[in-house]
Ligand binder design. Structure first.
Ligand SMILES: [Zn+2]
Length: 86
């Protein structure tokens, strides 16, 4: 059974971080979608992975730690659009 997990990547050029949705495949593996949640970043763009394959709760915590570098559109998805971060 697949489970939605999240990957946070830092775009090398812009320094922005974007979340990618991914499907968990095995215990320590997941398969990311081609585009970030906001659609601004592509999986093929040069990037540094901040964390990978994290479930929602853990992804929220780690994004909160990273702070405002994380794209606000991607973050709002993580919170089900229920919280206005501005
Ligand atoms: Zn984004």
């Amino acid at each position: 059974m697949s489970q939605d997990v999240y990957i946070l990547r830092e775009h090398i050029d812009s320094g922005e971080m974007h979340l990618f949705l991914a499907s968990k495949t095995k215990e320590d593996e997941c398969y990311a979608k081609q585009k970030s949640i906001c659609g601004k970043m592509d999986a093929d763009d040069a990037s540094k992975t901040i964390f990978s394959c994290q479930p929602e709760n853990s992804a929220r915590k780690q994004c909160a730690k990273v702070g405002k570098q994380v794209c606000s559109k991607c973050i709002s998805y993580l919170y089900d659009n229920g919280i206005d971060l501005k």
